[in-house]
Structure formats: C-alpha cells, structure tokens
Design a protein around this ligand. Structure first.
Ligand code: ATP
Ligand code: MG
Length: 566
C-alpha cells in the first residue's frame, strides 16, 4: 500500500483524553478515533492489526474443533428474563424498545442465545460435545469506560460456548479452550499469567482468567513464585492463622471518640496502627441485614462473603438501616452486643485487646477479645489477600501484581442449560441436562495489551504476527528518480512475494517519515537513500537499534527470514 493514499492521521501531541500508553499510542499512531465515551472507530491501520488478532483467534478456535457462527447483537428480552439476567445486568445493559413497545437489548454476552440455539438443534448425546463461537460486537454500558478500547462500551469479543453430556466432557472441552487460549496469546507475543478466578455462588465449577501483568491493570493478582499458585484477588485464599495470644485479655473499656469515625481518624485518636482495630461493615444480603468484621487494615472481599451467604445481591446497607441495627450513626458499629448475624474474618479471631465501634454514636470500645466478648460469630476467610500473606498451597510469601484480563474461561455447569431446559437424550433414552462452558476474549483489549507490553519512547513495537504491515519502505528523497525507481521496484518485488509492505511515497522530510514509521511500529524498515546507485539500502528492525547496510538483491531473503524467525 502507498502511504500517501492511506488514512493514517498520526498525531504529534498526546491527546488529553488518554491516560495510559496504549491508549495514547493508538490515537497518536492513527489506529483509532473516539466517537463518544467508550465508543471507538478503528481506522485502516488499526483495523489491519485488529483483523490479524481476530484471525489468530479464529484459527485457534477452529483448530480446537469449535464452529464459527454469528448471532444478532439485537436481542429480545425474553431469554434474559428467563434466566433472571434482565435484572442482574442492571444499568450495564443497553436496553431499547421496538415500535411495538417490545423490550430488546444490545447483547452484553450471549449465554442465553447460544443455549436456546443448541436446545432447538441438538437432541441426542450423539451430537455432543459441541462448541460454538462467534467474533461479534458486544455492548455494555460500563460504569467507568476508560483506557480506550481496554474498557469500552462497544467492543468485539470472541465468545465461545461448549455443550457436553457430562462433567468429564465439560473438563475436556474446557481444557481444549485453555490450550487454544495459550496458543492465541503466545502468537500475539503476550506475556500472560493464568489465574484462578471466582466462579460465583450460582453454580459453575471452575474459572480461570488470562491476565497480562501491567501496572495499569484493574485486577489484582496474587501469585507465588515457589509453587506457581496464581489467583485473582476475588478468589485468592487467605489461610487461617494459628491463634497465638500473647497479651492477657484486658477489661472492656468504652471510650468517647466524638470526631473519630474512619480508621485514619481513629489511629490518630488512639495513637496506634490500623491493625489494632476491627471494622464492622453492615450489609444488605438479599432481604437480610448482616455484619461483616475484618481487621482495620484489611479489605473486605465481597465475592467471598457473597459466595458464603449464597445471596443474589449484596450491597452496603444505607445509613438508616445501619442506625436501626446498631443504634448508632455510621462509623460506630462493632460486634459486641450486636444482635444481627455476624460473619468475621479468621484473622479477627487471632486479635487480642482490639478496638471497635461501641454501637453508640460517638463511642468505641477498647480491649475487645472476640471469643470472650461475643457469641455465635461465624468465622471464615472474607478478606482480600495482602502482601505478606502466605501462599495457600506452599506457604511461601505471596506476591501481588496488577493485571489486565484479556481472556476468561468458565465452567458454567448447568446454570443456563437448567434454567432454559437445554436437554438431550442419553444412550438409554433418558432426558438429561447439558453442561456448559463459556470462553471470552476481547479483541480490542488484547490489541491494547500487546501495545502496553511493546512500546518505547518513539512508539509502538508490533510483534510481527499482528503488525499492520510487515515492512515499510522509506525513500529518503522521493523526488530523486534513482531512489524513487529503486524503492518502487523493491515495493513491487515484496508485493509479488506476498509480503505486506507499506511504501512511504510521501513528499515529506526523512525525519517525519522515520518518526511516523517508528510511531506506527512496523517491524522491518528499509531505507532507500544515497547508496542506491551502489545497490545498497539500509535495513533496520523496529525492536533493535542496529542499522545495517545490505545489498538490494538480498532484501527479499532477509525479510523472509526475519518474518519466519518471529
Ligand atoms: P472485566 O472484569 O474487565 O469487566 P468481565 O469479567 O466483564 O471483564 P467477561 O464478561 O468475562 O469480562 O468478558 C470476556 C472478555 O471480554 C474479557 O476477558 C475482556 O477481554 C473482554 N471485555 C470485557 N469487557 C470489556 C470492555 N468493557 N471493553 C473491552 N473488552 C472487554
Ligand atoms: Mg465487566
């Protein structure tokens, strides 16, 4: 392709809307443009990479035996209503009505629709297992769209769904997808970690996320270098510590703390660290009000709590409810004398003489010892793992990192197939419920993640497999006839060898062309300059700083070699 004919609106300035490198670079390199918050168009250069990622995904899905189809993004409400997700999705679902006032949504994910399709088309165990997939646009009205296509409101997802006769079959289908995901992310040159993820209270027997470690990631990963354990923070298990009480239990003491409510204010007031406090959080779990207690410096893990309670909705109670159950304003709740169900983290059991709210506005109590001062408390792991914690498998020290979730694989079991009566006849003619798995990859998020891991101060450094073009040819002076002719001949030759080449035929200064070539990250750059007469061009890889002069006659082999090597 000739550069002068292409729409590649590169920018010198960093657009104000972008906070992270991949987002900045995708805008600066002219790969995409923003239309509205969380809504983007891919421009020609960006779309080439986008399609290459799609194709890698497609090839690996096909290799794993999955069948491609495409479903509508405009979906009638009924199927989501049957599984309860019309409500569960809440404001994240884009909803609309047709002219006949019927409810529709723009599909956020397609479990229901695939299940219905399989239900109507598959009747016998003889047709199982079956895995179907699509690469299709999803819509989610995200609370915080950000980082460009990392978290957008319209995005393309490869979503696959497996249907099996039994658990063993589901395991096999799941493992095939696991392998396919590894191949996909390897081919995209991503450095990723697979972590255990929560599979929810509502069924599902296993779930893993493919995470790209990155400081800008929104997920927290806990991992252990010694044994390889890795889980996201929703799932990462905190071990129960042995109770080693060192201090004698002191008598309870009520202290007036009128201005201190937050842990920071309390630390100042009592002149001690947050680990000497227990915080009590009041939650509404479906119709019940409960209290959750964790050490002052810990974060409550709502997923663990929700899984334990088995509730559908879990939310912080409002001020009025808190007043009703604690007899105090917000900030003074504590487990002592509280008459609602109390669930405390294991760690609270190991604390002695700690401080907590007195259930009386303006007061806290000192010297609380949970076993002595309370009754009927349920103890379990309900906090987020933290630095310094032990690995739940080998007990070495856990490390923490941030991660971007690029893919998710999930054993759903019969969650949807049961709700939607997706049945088959087994070998004995008996009706059984199919077991299901679902598997998602965000194409745009994968693309942005590759950039997060492959850039320098000059721009993107595309891995060969997904670069928009493999080679860029830059004539130093296009008005020089010898250079122009040599560059053009090289261009035609590369094209005839099916090499994807961009020919920078613009009448721009060499500096501008070099900067653009580096910004858009084309892996191989061939510069046709002063030594053209001697049959010599300059050869450079984007990822290295070495420049070489090579013979024009050797270019094709060299390019082919570098493509093969990558
Ligand atoms: P997250 O926790 O990041 O919101 P999710 O759990 O909602 O992700 P899934 O429903 O499992 O994500 O979707 C499968 C894949 O789709 C994700 O792994 C990710 O690559 C992609 N994805 C999800 N939401 C978005 C989004 N808003 N923008 C871009 N890609 C997304
Ligand atoms: Mg999400």
């Amino acid at each position: 392709m000739k550069y002068s004919k292409m729409l590649i609106p590169t920018l010198r300035e960093v657009p104000a809307e972008a906070e992270i490198e991949s987002h900045k670079l995708m805008l600066r390199a002219g790969l995409m443009r923003r239309l509205a918050s969380g809504v983007y168009s891919f421009l020609p250069l960006g779309y080439r990479t986008f399609r290459k990622i799609e194709n890698i995904v497609r090839e690996e899905m096909d290799r794993a035996g999955a069948q491609e189809l495409i479903m509508s993004a405009l979906i009638p409400a009924e199927s989501y209503k049957e599984t309860g997700r019309w409500e569960v999705f809440g404001p994240e679902m884009f909803r609309l009505k047709d002219r006949g006032d019927r409810d529709f949504c723009l599909g956020p994910t397609h479990e229901e629709i695939f299940t219905q399709t399989v239900k109507s088309g598959v009747k016998s165990y003889k047709n199982l297992p079956m895995t179907l997939y699509q690469i299709q646009t999803k819509f989610r009205d995200e609370r915080r769209p950000r980082f460009g296509v990392m978290r957008s409101r319209e995005f393309v997802m490869k979503d696959a769904y497996s249907f099996d006769a039994d658990e063993q079959g589901l395991d096999e289908s799941y493992n095939k997808m696991y392998q396919a995901y590894c191949s996909i992310f390897d081919r995209c040159s991503l450095d990723y970690t697979v972590v255990d993820a929560d599979s929810g209270a509502m069924g599902g027997s296993g779930s893993q996320e493919f995470m790209v470690k990155s400081d800008i990631g929104e997920a927290q990963i806990a991992y252990c270098d010694s044994c390889g354990y890795a889980a996201n923070d929703e799932k990462a298990q905190c071990l129960e510590q042995k109770v080693t009480v060192t201090e004698p239990a002191l008598p309870l003491e009520e202290v007036e703390t009128p201005e201190a409510r937050t842990i920071e204010q309390l630390c100042e007031f009592f002149d001690c660290g947050p680990e000497n406090f227990a915080k009590t959080l009041i939650y509404k779990a479906d119709e019940n009000i409960i209290a959750a207690v964790v050490r002052g410096d810990r974060e409550l893990n709502e997923t663990k709590l929700q899984n334990y309670l088995g509730c559908i909705e879990l939310e912080m109670a409002d001020d009025e409810t808190i007043y009703k159950v604690t007899n105090a304003k917000v900030g003074f709740a504590g487990p002592v004398g509280l008459s609602i169900r109390i669930i405390a983290d294991f760690e609270v059991k190991a604390m002695s003489n700690f401080i907590t709210g007195a259930n009386k506005t303006g007061y806290h109590i000192k010297n609380v010892n949970i076993d002595r001062d309370t009754e009927n408390i349920e103890f379990l792991d309900i906090r987020n793992i933290a630095l310094g914690d032990s690995c739940p498998v080998c007990h070495e020290k856990i490390k923490l990192a941030r991660g971007i979730e690029v893919g998710h694989i999930f054993k759903l079991g019969d969650k949807y197939t049961k709700a939607l009566d997706c049945l088959y006849l087994d070998a004995n003619g008996k009706s059984q419920t199919m077991l299901m798995g679902c598997y998602g990859i965000g194409i745009g998020r994968t693309m942005a993640s590759v950039i997060e891991q492959n850039y320098d101060e000059k721009g993107i450094i595309w891995p060969m497999a997904i670069a928009p073009y493999q080679v860029i040819i830059i004539p130093i002076n296009i008005s020089d006839q010898e250079q122009a002719a040599a560059a053009d001949a090289l261009y035609e030759k590369l094209l005839s060898e099916n090499i994807e080449v961009l020919f920078d035929d613009r009448k721009e200064r060499p500096g501008v062309k070099f900067n653009d070539a580096e910004l858009i990250g084309i892996p191989i750059r061939i510069t046709v300059g002063k030594k053209t007469g001697e049959g010599i061009v300059e050869y450079k890889l984007r990822k290295s700083s070495d420049m070489e002069e090579i013979n024009i006659a050797d270019v094709i082999n060299r390019v082919k070699n570098d493509i093969l090597k990558s």
